[in-house]
Design a protein around this ligand. Structure first.
Ligand SMILES: Nc1ncnc2c1ncn2[C@@H]1O[C@H](COP(=O)(O)OP(=O)(O)OP(=O)(O)O)[C@@H](O)[C@H]1O
Length: 343
Protein backbone atom coordinates (compact mmCIF):
# COMPACT_ATOMS: atom_id res chain seq x y z
CA UNK A 1 0.00 0.00 0.00
CA UNK A 2 1.19 3.51 -0.70
CA UNK A 3 1.48 6.40 1.72
CA UNK A 4 -2.07 7.64 1.14
CA UNK A 5 -3.59 4.53 2.72
CA UNK A 6 -4.79 6.39 5.82
CA UNK A 7 -6.40 9.31 4.00
CA UNK A 8 -10.19 9.22 3.68
CA UNK A 9 -11.24 8.19 0.21
CA UNK A 10 -14.64 9.84 0.41
CA UNK A 11 -14.97 13.16 2.24
CA UNK A 12 -18.07 15.28 2.65
CA UNK A 13 -18.06 18.49 4.62
CA UNK A 14 -21.43 20.21 5.13
CA UNK A 15 -22.57 19.15 1.68
CA UNK A 16 -25.94 20.46 0.52
CA UNK A 17 -28.11 19.96 -2.51
CA UNK A 18 -31.11 22.17 -3.02
CA UNK A 19 -33.48 21.67 -5.94
CA UNK A 20 -35.83 24.40 -7.01
CA UNK A 21 -39.18 23.04 -8.11
CA UNK A 22 -42.18 24.86 -9.52
CA UNK A 23 -45.61 24.00 -8.25
CA UNK A 24 -49.01 25.06 -9.49
CA UNK A 25 -50.72 27.47 -7.14
CA UNK A 26 -54.08 28.09 -8.72
CA UNK A 27 -55.00 28.04 -12.42
CA UNK A 28 -52.24 30.22 -13.78
CA UNK A 29 -49.92 30.88 -10.95
CA UNK A 30 -46.86 28.83 -10.26
CA UNK A 31 -44.72 29.18 -7.20
CA UNK A 32 -41.13 28.17 -6.69
CA UNK A 33 -40.20 25.90 -3.82
CA UNK A 34 -36.91 24.68 -2.57
CA UNK A 35 -36.34 20.99 -1.84
CA UNK A 36 -33.35 20.38 0.40
CA UNK A 37 -32.52 16.87 -0.80
CA UNK A 38 -29.19 16.86 1.06
CA UNK A 39 -28.94 19.12 4.06
CA UNK A 40 -25.47 19.57 5.54
CA UNK A 41 -23.94 16.10 5.23
CA UNK A 42 -20.56 15.55 6.84
CA UNK A 43 -18.83 12.18 6.85
CA UNK A 44 -15.65 10.45 5.77
CA UNK A 45 -15.08 6.95 4.47
CA UNK A 46 -11.54 5.61 4.80
CA UNK A 47 -9.98 3.44 2.11
CA UNK A 48 -11.10 -0.18 2.21
CA UNK A 49 -14.28 0.32 4.20
CA UNK A 50 -17.62 -1.20 3.15
CA UNK A 51 -20.38 1.13 4.32
CA UNK A 52 -24.14 0.74 4.18
CA UNK A 53 -25.98 3.94 3.23
CA UNK A 54 -29.62 3.57 4.05
CA UNK A 55 -32.74 5.63 4.55
CA UNK A 56 -36.41 5.81 3.58
CA UNK A 57 -37.60 6.79 0.10
CA UNK A 58 -36.73 10.38 -0.71
CA UNK A 59 -34.14 10.61 2.09
CA UNK A 60 -31.40 11.86 -0.25
CA UNK A 61 -29.39 8.69 -0.95
CA UNK A 62 -29.44 8.87 -4.74
CA UNK A 63 -28.74 12.60 -4.65
CA UNK A 64 -25.66 11.90 -2.53
CA UNK A 65 -24.44 9.17 -4.91
CA UNK A 66 -25.04 11.46 -7.91
CA UNK A 67 -22.92 14.16 -6.28
CA UNK A 68 -20.23 11.59 -5.49
CA UNK A 69 -20.09 10.56 -9.15
CA UNK A 70 -20.09 14.15 -10.41
CA UNK A 71 -23.51 13.94 -12.10
CA UNK A 72 -24.91 16.59 -9.76
CA UNK A 73 -23.11 19.69 -8.48
CA UNK A 74 -23.54 20.36 -4.73
CA UNK A 75 -25.28 23.61 -3.79
CA UNK A 76 -22.90 24.02 -0.87
CA UNK A 77 -20.16 22.38 1.16
CA UNK A 78 -17.08 20.48 0.12
CA UNK A 79 -16.89 17.06 -1.50
CA UNK A 80 -13.85 14.96 -2.46
CA UNK A 81 -13.52 11.41 -3.78
CA UNK A 82 -9.94 10.11 -3.96
CA UNK A 83 -8.85 13.74 -3.63
CA UNK A 84 -10.90 14.74 -6.70
CA UNK A 85 -13.75 17.25 -6.84
CA UNK A 86 -16.31 15.04 -8.65
CA UNK A 87 -18.31 17.66 -10.55
CA UNK A 88 -15.20 19.56 -11.74
CA UNK A 89 -13.19 16.54 -12.81
CA UNK A 90 -15.72 13.95 -13.82
CA UNK A 91 -13.58 12.22 -16.42
CA UNK A 92 -10.63 11.93 -14.09
CA UNK A 93 -12.90 10.62 -11.37
CA UNK A 94 -14.47 8.05 -13.70
CA UNK A 95 -11.20 6.11 -13.72
CA UNK A 96 -11.25 5.84 -9.94
CA UNK A 97 -14.87 4.80 -9.37
CA UNK A 98 -17.25 2.04 -10.41
CA UNK A 99 -21.02 2.44 -10.25
CA UNK A 100 -23.74 -0.21 -10.29
CA UNK A 101 -27.43 0.66 -10.33
CA UNK A 102 -29.59 -2.33 -9.50
CA UNK A 103 -32.49 -1.10 -11.57
CA UNK A 104 -30.72 -0.33 -14.81
CA UNK A 105 -27.82 -1.81 -16.68
CA UNK A 106 -24.71 -0.10 -17.98
CA UNK A 107 -24.11 -2.97 -20.39
CA UNK A 108 -24.92 -2.97 -24.10
CA UNK A 109 -28.28 -4.63 -24.46
CA UNK A 110 -27.68 -6.42 -27.77
CA UNK A 111 -24.06 -7.40 -27.29
CA UNK A 112 -22.79 -10.59 -25.71
CA UNK A 113 -21.41 -9.93 -22.25
CA UNK A 114 -17.80 -10.38 -23.34
CA UNK A 115 -18.15 -7.72 -26.06
CA UNK A 116 -19.51 -5.27 -23.49
CA UNK A 117 -16.41 -5.92 -21.41
CA UNK A 118 -14.18 -5.31 -24.42
CA UNK A 119 -15.87 -1.92 -24.89
CA UNK A 120 -15.33 -1.10 -21.22
CA UNK A 121 -11.66 -2.04 -21.62
CA UNK A 122 -11.28 0.39 -24.53
CA UNK A 123 -13.30 3.17 -22.91
CA UNK A 124 -11.17 3.13 -19.79
CA UNK A 125 -7.97 2.14 -21.63
CA UNK A 126 -7.42 -0.71 -19.20
CA UNK A 127 -4.02 -2.38 -19.73
CA UNK A 128 -4.51 -5.86 -21.22
CA UNK A 129 -2.94 -7.73 -18.30
CA UNK A 130 -5.02 -5.86 -15.70
CA UNK A 131 -8.18 -6.42 -17.73
CA UNK A 132 -7.50 -10.15 -18.12
CA UNK A 133 -6.68 -10.63 -14.43
CA UNK A 134 -9.77 -8.72 -13.26
CA UNK A 135 -12.08 -10.42 -15.71
CA UNK A 136 -10.75 -13.89 -14.86
CA UNK A 137 -11.25 -13.27 -11.16
CA UNK A 138 -14.85 -12.07 -11.67
CA UNK A 139 -15.62 -14.98 -14.00
CA UNK A 140 -14.38 -17.37 -11.34
CA UNK A 141 -16.12 -15.78 -8.35
CA UNK A 142 -19.39 -14.99 -10.10
CA UNK A 143 -19.67 -18.10 -12.31
CA UNK A 144 -19.75 -15.98 -15.45
CA UNK A 145 -18.10 -18.42 -17.87
CA UNK A 146 -21.34 -19.86 -19.31
CA UNK A 147 -22.77 -16.35 -19.79
CA UNK A 148 -19.98 -14.60 -21.70
CA UNK A 149 -21.43 -15.32 -25.15
CA UNK A 150 -25.02 -14.51 -24.20
CA UNK A 151 -26.48 -11.13 -25.27
CA UNK A 152 -27.28 -8.99 -22.23
CA UNK A 153 -30.99 -8.83 -23.05
CA UNK A 154 -31.23 -12.62 -22.65
CA UNK A 155 -29.72 -12.64 -19.17
CA UNK A 156 -31.84 -13.08 -16.07
CA UNK A 157 -31.82 -10.23 -13.56
CA UNK A 158 -29.37 -12.04 -11.28
CA UNK A 159 -27.07 -12.90 -14.19
CA UNK A 160 -27.20 -9.34 -15.48
CA UNK A 161 -26.37 -7.97 -12.05
CA UNK A 162 -23.31 -10.23 -11.86
CA UNK A 163 -22.40 -8.95 -15.33
CA UNK A 164 -22.86 -5.31 -14.29
CA UNK A 165 -20.76 -5.67 -11.16
CA UNK A 166 -17.96 -7.18 -13.21
CA UNK A 167 -18.12 -4.31 -15.72
CA UNK A 168 -17.81 -1.82 -12.87
CA UNK A 169 -14.64 -3.47 -11.58
CA UNK A 170 -12.62 -4.09 -14.75
CA UNK A 171 -10.73 -0.80 -14.53
CA UNK A 172 -9.69 -1.41 -10.91
CA UNK A 173 -11.67 1.39 -9.27
CA UNK A 174 -10.78 2.53 -5.75
CA UNK A 175 -14.42 3.13 -4.92
CA UNK A 176 -17.50 1.15 -5.84
CA UNK A 177 -20.97 2.67 -5.45
CA UNK A 178 -23.69 0.06 -5.39
CA UNK A 179 -27.29 1.23 -5.59
CA UNK A 180 -29.62 -1.63 -4.61
CA UNK A 181 -27.33 -4.40 -5.96
CA UNK A 182 -29.55 -7.24 -4.75
CA UNK A 183 -32.96 -5.79 -5.67
CA UNK A 184 -35.20 -8.41 -7.27
CA UNK A 185 -32.61 -11.18 -7.04
CA UNK A 186 -33.40 -14.70 -5.84
CA UNK A 187 -31.80 -16.07 -2.69
CA UNK A 188 -28.98 -17.86 -4.53
CA UNK A 189 -28.01 -14.82 -6.62
CA UNK A 190 -28.12 -12.58 -3.55
CA UNK A 191 -25.77 -14.92 -1.71
CA UNK A 192 -23.41 -15.02 -4.70
CA UNK A 193 -23.30 -11.24 -5.04
CA UNK A 194 -22.74 -10.75 -1.32
CA UNK A 195 -19.92 -13.27 -1.04
CA UNK A 196 -18.31 -11.74 -4.14
CA UNK A 197 -18.42 -8.24 -2.63
CA UNK A 198 -16.89 -9.51 0.60
CA UNK A 199 -14.13 -11.22 -1.37
CA UNK A 200 -13.33 -8.20 -3.56
CA UNK A 201 -13.33 -5.85 -0.58
CA UNK A 202 -10.94 -8.11 1.35
CA UNK A 203 -8.72 -8.91 -1.64
CA UNK A 204 -8.33 -5.49 -3.24
CA UNK A 205 -9.34 -3.16 -0.47
CA UNK A 206 -12.00 -1.64 -2.73
CA UNK A 207 -14.00 0.94 -0.79
CA UNK A 208 -17.72 0.21 -1.12
CA UNK A 209 -20.68 2.50 -0.51
CA UNK A 210 -23.83 0.42 -0.59
CA UNK A 211 -27.38 1.71 -0.84
CA UNK A 212 -30.01 -0.89 -0.14
CA UNK A 213 -33.47 -1.53 1.23
CA UNK A 214 -32.47 -5.13 1.97
CA UNK A 215 -31.12 -4.98 5.47
CA UNK A 216 -29.62 -8.45 5.19
CA UNK A 217 -27.13 -6.85 2.76
CA UNK A 218 -26.09 -4.55 5.57
CA UNK A 219 -25.99 -7.28 8.19
CA UNK A 220 -23.84 -9.51 6.03
CA UNK A 221 -21.55 -6.94 4.43
CA UNK A 222 -21.15 -3.74 6.37
CA UNK A 223 -19.50 -3.12 9.71
CA UNK A 224 -20.52 0.50 9.41
CA UNK A 225 -23.94 1.82 8.56
CA UNK A 226 -25.03 5.38 7.91
CA UNK A 227 -28.70 6.24 8.13
CA UNK A 228 -29.91 9.32 6.28
CA UNK A 229 -33.29 10.96 6.65
CA UNK A 230 -34.47 14.29 5.21
CA UNK A 231 -30.99 14.79 3.78
CA UNK A 232 -29.28 14.54 7.15
CA UNK A 233 -27.24 11.86 8.81
CA UNK A 234 -29.25 10.49 11.73
CA UNK A 235 -26.93 7.63 12.60
CA UNK A 236 -23.34 6.64 11.83
CA UNK A 237 -21.92 3.58 13.52
CA UNK A 238 -22.13 -0.20 13.63
CA UNK A 239 -25.21 -2.41 13.73
CA UNK A 240 -24.93 -3.01 17.46
CA UNK A 241 -24.89 0.76 17.94
CA UNK A 242 -27.90 1.13 15.67
CA UNK A 243 -29.79 -1.36 17.78
CA UNK A 244 -28.86 0.53 20.94
CA UNK A 245 -29.71 3.91 19.36
CA UNK A 246 -33.18 2.72 18.49
CA UNK A 247 -33.71 1.39 22.01
CA UNK A 248 -34.31 -2.04 20.56
CA UNK A 249 -35.43 -5.06 22.47
CA UNK A 250 -34.18 -8.60 22.15
CA UNK A 251 -36.47 -11.57 22.45
CA UNK A 252 -35.95 -14.69 24.50
CA UNK A 253 -37.88 -17.61 23.01
CA UNK A 254 -38.41 -20.45 25.46
CA UNK A 255 -39.84 -23.93 24.92
CA UNK A 256 -41.46 -25.33 28.05
CA UNK A 257 -42.24 -28.99 28.68
CA UNK A 258 -45.96 -28.19 28.57
CA UNK A 259 -48.50 -25.50 27.72
CA UNK A 260 -48.61 -23.01 30.58
CA UNK A 261 -50.05 -19.53 31.28
CA UNK A 262 -47.77 -16.60 30.33
CA UNK A 263 -44.54 -16.55 32.31
CA UNK A 264 -44.65 -13.92 35.03
CA UNK A 265 -42.36 -12.43 37.62
CA UNK A 266 -39.12 -12.35 35.63
CA UNK A 267 -37.53 -8.95 36.38
CA UNK A 268 -36.65 -6.96 33.26
CA UNK A 269 -38.67 -9.14 30.88
CA UNK A 270 -42.26 -9.29 29.75
CA UNK A 271 -44.05 -12.09 27.96
CA UNK A 272 -45.24 -10.83 24.58
CA UNK A 273 -46.54 -14.00 22.96
CA UNK A 274 -47.59 -17.55 23.87
CA UNK A 275 -48.13 -20.34 21.36
CA UNK A 276 -48.63 -23.78 22.92
CA UNK A 277 -45.56 -24.62 25.01
CA UNK A 278 -43.50 -21.85 23.32
CA UNK A 279 -43.33 -18.37 24.86
CA UNK A 280 -41.66 -15.11 23.75
CA UNK A 281 -40.24 -12.65 26.29
CA UNK A 282 -38.99 -9.19 25.32
CA UNK A 283 -36.08 -7.60 27.22
CA UNK A 284 -33.81 -4.57 26.67
CA UNK A 285 -31.22 -5.21 23.92
CA UNK A 286 -28.26 -4.14 26.04
CA UNK A 287 -29.04 -6.55 28.91
CA UNK A 288 -27.69 -10.09 29.23
CA UNK A 289 -30.16 -12.93 28.76
CA UNK A 290 -28.41 -15.14 31.31
CA UNK A 291 -30.21 -13.94 34.49
CA UNK A 292 -33.56 -14.22 32.73
CA UNK A 293 -32.84 -17.80 31.72
CA UNK A 294 -31.77 -18.65 35.28
CA UNK A 295 -34.94 -17.09 36.71
CA UNK A 296 -37.18 -18.95 34.26
CA UNK A 297 -35.38 -22.28 34.65
CA UNK A 298 -35.76 -22.07 38.44
CA UNK A 299 -39.56 -21.96 38.22
CA UNK A 300 -40.60 -23.38 34.87
CA UNK A 301 -39.92 -26.70 33.07
CA UNK A 302 -37.51 -25.22 30.48
CA UNK A 303 -36.70 -27.53 27.56
CA UNK A 304 -35.03 -25.25 25.02
CA UNK A 305 -34.34 -21.57 24.37
CA UNK A 306 -33.10 -19.09 21.76
CA UNK A 307 -32.25 -15.39 21.86
CA UNK A 308 -33.40 -13.30 18.89
CA UNK A 309 -31.77 -10.00 18.02
CA UNK A 310 -34.13 -7.06 17.47
CA UNK A 311 -35.58 -6.93 14.01
CA UNK A 312 -33.42 -4.41 12.24
CA UNK A 313 -36.26 -3.19 10.05
CA UNK A 314 -38.22 -2.31 13.16
CA UNK A 315 -35.19 -0.49 14.57
CA UNK A 316 -34.75 1.59 11.49
CA UNK A 317 -38.44 2.37 11.24
CA UNK A 318 -38.14 3.64 14.79
CA UNK A 319 -35.16 5.81 13.87
CA UNK A 320 -36.98 7.22 10.84
CA UNK A 321 -39.94 8.05 12.99
CA UNK A 322 -37.62 9.88 15.37
CA UNK A 323 -38.72 7.48 18.10
CA UNK A 324 -35.28 6.19 18.98
CA UNK A 325 -32.46 8.14 20.57
CA UNK A 326 -30.83 8.58 17.16
CA UNK A 327 -27.18 9.30 17.63
CA UNK A 328 -23.72 8.57 16.44
CA UNK A 329 -22.40 5.30 17.78
CA UNK A 330 -19.37 6.03 20.00
CA UNK A 331 -17.58 3.12 18.32
CA UNK A 332 -18.27 4.57 14.86
CA UNK A 333 -15.60 4.97 12.27
CA UNK A 334 -15.42 8.71 11.86
CA UNK A 335 -14.34 10.61 14.94
CA UNK A 336 -13.98 13.84 12.98
CA UNK A 337 -17.66 14.11 12.07
CA UNK A 338 -19.91 16.35 14.12
CA UNK A 339 -22.81 14.92 16.03
CA UNK A 340 -25.34 13.98 13.36
CA UNK A 341 -28.19 13.95 15.85
CA UNK A 342 -31.22 15.56 14.45
CA UNK A 343 -32.82 18.23 16.60
N1 LIG B 1 -33.97 16.50 -10.00
C1 LIG B 1 -34.72 16.75 -8.94
N2 LIG B 1 -35.53 17.83 -8.92
C2 LIG B 1 -36.28 18.12 -7.83
N3 LIG B 1 -36.31 17.35 -6.71
C3 LIG B 1 -35.54 16.25 -6.68
C4 LIG B 1 -34.71 15.90 -7.79
N4 LIG B 1 -34.04 14.76 -7.45
C5 LIG B 1 -34.43 14.42 -6.20
N5 LIG B 1 -35.33 15.32 -5.74
C6 LIG B 1 -35.98 15.31 -4.42
O1 LIG B 1 -34.95 15.23 -3.44
C7 LIG B 1 -35.31 14.38 -2.38
C8 LIG B 1 -34.30 13.24 -2.21
O2 LIG B 1 -34.40 12.36 -3.34
P1 LIG B 1 -33.42 11.10 -3.56
O3 LIG B 1 -33.76 10.52 -4.89
O4 LIG B 1 -32.02 11.52 -3.32
O5 LIG B 1 -33.89 10.11 -2.40
P2 LIG B 1 -33.51 8.59 -2.12
O6 LIG B 1 -33.08 8.51 -0.70
O7 LIG B 1 -32.52 8.11 -3.13
O8 LIG B 1 -34.89 7.85 -2.30
P3 LIG B 1 -35.27 6.37 -2.89
O9 LIG B 1 -34.95 5.38 -1.79
O10 LIG B 1 -36.73 6.50 -3.15
O11 LIG B 1 -34.45 6.15 -4.14
C9 LIG B 1 -36.72 13.91 -2.69
O12 LIG B 1 -37.63 14.76 -2.03
C10 LIG B 1 -36.83 14.08 -4.19
O13 LIG B 1 -38.16 14.31 -4.58
Amino acid sequence: MDGVAAEPLIELDSVEKVFTVRRRAGRLRRTRHEVRAVDGLTFQVPRGEMVGYIGPNGAGKSTTIKMLTGILVPSGGRLRVAGIDPSRQRTRLARRIGVVFGQRTTLWWDLPLKDSYELVRRMYRVPAAVFRANLDRCIELLDLAPLLDVPVRQLSLGQRMRGDITAALLHDPDVLYLDEPTIGLDVVSKAKVRSFLREINAERGTTVLLTTHDLTDIEQLCRRVMVIDHGRLVFDGDLAGLRAAADGERTLVVDLAEELPPIEGVPGARTVKVEGPRQWLAFPAERSAAPLVTAIAARYPLVDLAVREPDIEALIAELYAGGGAARRDPGGADPAAPDPLRP
